[in-house]
Design a protein around this ligand. Sequence first.
Ligand SMILES: [Ca+2]
Ligand SMILES: [Ca+2]
Ligand SMILES: [Ca+2]
Ligand SMILES: [Ca+2]
Length: 492
Amino acid sequence: MNAFPVRSSFSWMAASTIAATLLFMSRAHPQCQPTNVPSFTKSTFTEPTPEAMARFGYALAVGNVDGTSGDEIVVGIPNATTLDGRVNRGQVVVLAMDYTLKYTIDPPGGAGDPGNGAMFGAVLHVADLNSSSPAEISVGAPFADTSTASDAGSVYVYKWNVTMIDLHATLTHLNPSAADEFGDAITSGAFKNTGSQLELFIGVPYDDFSGLSNAGSVTVAVDVMGSANPVREEILAGTPRSPDYFGQGLAVGSFGILNEPAPHLAVGAYYSNLGTGAFALGKFEVKRWDGSVWKHLAEQDEPVSQKEGYTYFGYALAAGDFDGDGIDDLGVGAPHVGVCPFHPSGCDPGVFYVFRGGSTFPDVGQLKTFVSPEPVNPDSPGDRLGWSITTADVNGDGKKDFVVGSPFHYVNSSGGQKIIEAGRAFIVFGKVWNCGNTILSLQEDSPAADFYFGWSTARAAGTYDDVFAGTPEADLSLLLLAAGRAVKVDFQ
Ligand SMILES: [Ca+2]
Ligand SMILES: [Ca+2]
Ligand SMILES: [Ca+2]
Ligand SMILES: [Ca+2]
């Protein structure tokens, strides 16, 4: 995980009422009906008792996690003071859909205590891991200290237990060492399907082994809910190298690779040089469980930016059927494409790619490339499109839409000034593959510099899925700097 950027100055811009803008990129094609862009309302919510510098909204997830039938909103506050008064330890809150507080989850004490500065809640994953409603909450604390190693990282799995949300398991790396950051990414999938139990996949991008510093790995926790101490396995890159940071981006999908039964696991390695000697090209790899080993199927490096390096290709991944052909497609963020000072149109605007699922996946001949539809601001230190990615079907047409965060993007103030690093999120609407895609640009109603809207994104299922985006450095008042907030975009 990258350290949170230090803000250079504090500023508070007047509230802007700029509406979200629609941008169309169209090409003639007989199947290309106009995209239905539904109407939506935005509402903003905060921690019920906000705390300065706590960074509410750094991570978001939505799902039914308790005994009531509806969904809850799960929000990470990785720099929160916990109930025992310890500062900067991290916390997770579970909110009802009306934003009232339902539960507060503090990191555990005792043997599983992650220590201060653990960033408990920096990463969240909500999924029903045991095919028994409700869903479980997995909380990453990538800077947790284990008994033997500082900042090795831990993941805590919580389950609903009649009246409360209880800690079920504390997971660490099989061989924790300092600064591994176990828990920088978390996802799940049914690869072994032992009793309908999902496996939990945990990225360890700064794992060191065999003399390879920061090669990275993925830990698989098998039958997570069947035991408080689940079996753990390790997935390595096809050819582990230093420093690949393998394991930062994770996505599970069924990508249609020829002769390779689904599901498939895509793993990002955003710093990989692929052994070329070039600097940090970035790649993703594709794996599956073949009954005895986690088999390496394919890999793909950053495809189109003249191999400029330092693109962070693979930093974020998400899977879904974008074009509606029944096969999952892979969205890949490369938020640092456009390296200073070589890039003519500004630094680090970022690029978002969609690789089409199919027999030849991943295939640069079946690739869509999206840049920000807003002009890049040459004064900006970088928009970083592709920093966060979530799939959702916000217009209910059966094609997954990608919600792509660009948290360092400027927005325009009502006076026409560019508000640096206020943040935007873009929704790229799914469409038949050869059709042009529609992009919806979202921003906060009251954007301000260095707030980072779009740092995190999440989806709530519905007839039209709703979208959530976090603004973790939002100041709520002069006394509540960087308390953070989040926005729900309710599509109708
Ligand atoms: Ca519920
Ligand atoms: Ca469950
Ligand atoms: Ca598809
Ligand atoms: Ca859609």
